[in-house]
Design a protein around this ligand. Structure first.
Ligand code: HEC
Ligand code: HEC
Length: 233
């Protein structure tokens, strides 16, 4: 596969000796060091394989342009063009490796009441707090929806908790209206741990793929700039 010429090397180290790799395969090898295709290495490292291409692309732009903050990610994409980031996003979106067995993160300690609350929020939401069901946007099977809503299964509970913390503190942002930031603000403190625990304990269906764009009822229960194809500010 040919790649669009990128100015930056994606070497993991900062030593400048090696010539820039010249295939997409070589470039993404650096990503796989952390986003292992086949096994989850760390409670905070999300799986990226198989997520909708538009979602992955938006996140790469978000790290590059400062709307998400993780220094190593910013470093990896800082010098790359929009076109090249799209090519990387398409590459990972097309991969569908097997899922590893769930690793027990903090979700492993959740009690029955918390798991019941988590399941309730994911499948039905909470009308009193104006929280729509997660399935109403992330798809009935929680496998994500094209072009820009990710699946929620196969993510470590600690990663999910960290993302809700980032939405609440404003260190993770998406195109306005930022529906996930709104939802994060409406959830009670215990709710995040409850839903992340329940989600992390559900076995993903290896055959699941992001649902087609038209499969969600329109309009979405809350507007999301990411799904409207809007450029983030
Ligand atoms: C040193 C480890 C490391 C390397 C190397 C790395 N990443 Fe990441 N990446 C992370 C971590 C950790 C996160 C989660 C950060 C956070 O909590 O927001 C992340 C997040 C992401 C996300 C967002 C995932 C989601 O579900 O929202 C994408 C997309 C991504 N990385 C793609 C890449 C690509 C493409 C490369 C190679 C060019 C790469 N990463 C290299 C550690 C790494
Ligand atoms: C109105 C639609 C909508 C609803 C309802 C919704 N989400 Fe989302 N969610 C999104 C969109 C859009 C994104 C992508 C945001 C971005 O581009 O950063 C997202 C992203 C996420 C992510 C990031 C995944 C990753 O890999 O980093 C998590 C976690 C998440 N949502 C959890 C939830 C949970 C839990 C609920 C239910 C309480 C929920 N969402 C309800 C639209 C929605």
């Amino acid at each position: 596969m040919r790649l669009i010429a990128g100015s930056a090397s994606l070497c993991l180290t900062t030593t400048a000796a090696a010539a820039p790799p010249d295939t997409l395969q070589q470039r993404v090898a650096a990503c796989i060091a952390c986003h292992a295709v086949e096994e989850r290495r760390d409670a905070y490292f999300p799986r990226i394989a198989g997520k909708p291409a538009g979602y992955l692309y938006n996140q790469l732009l978000n790290f590059r342009d400062g709307r998400r903050n993780y220094p190593m990610m910013t470093y990896m994409v800082a010098q790359l063009s929009d076109d090249y980031l799209r090519e990387i996003a398409d590459f990972f979106a097309a991969l569908h490796p097997a899922y590893p067995p769930a690793t027990p993160g903090s979700g492993a300690n959740a009690g029955a009441a918390a798991l019941a609350r988590g399941r309730q929020l994911v499948l039905h939401g909470d009308a009193a707090r104006k929280i729509p069901a997660c399935v109403s946007c992330h798809g009935a099977a929680l496998g994500g929806v094209a072009p820009a809503i990710p699946g929620l299964l196969g993510l470590p509970s600690d990663y999910i908790n960290a993302q809700f913390g980032a939405w609440r503190s404003g260190t993770r942002r998406a195109a306005a209206p930022d529906c996930m930031a709104d939802i994060a603000g409406r959830l009670a403190g215990d709710d995040v741990a409850a839903l992340s625990s329940w989600l992390s304990l559900q076995a993903p269906d290896p055959a699941a793929r992001p649902a087609a764009a038209g499969s969600l009822p329109a309009p979405l229960p809350l507007p999301c700039g990411a799904m409207a194809g809007k450029a983030a500010p």
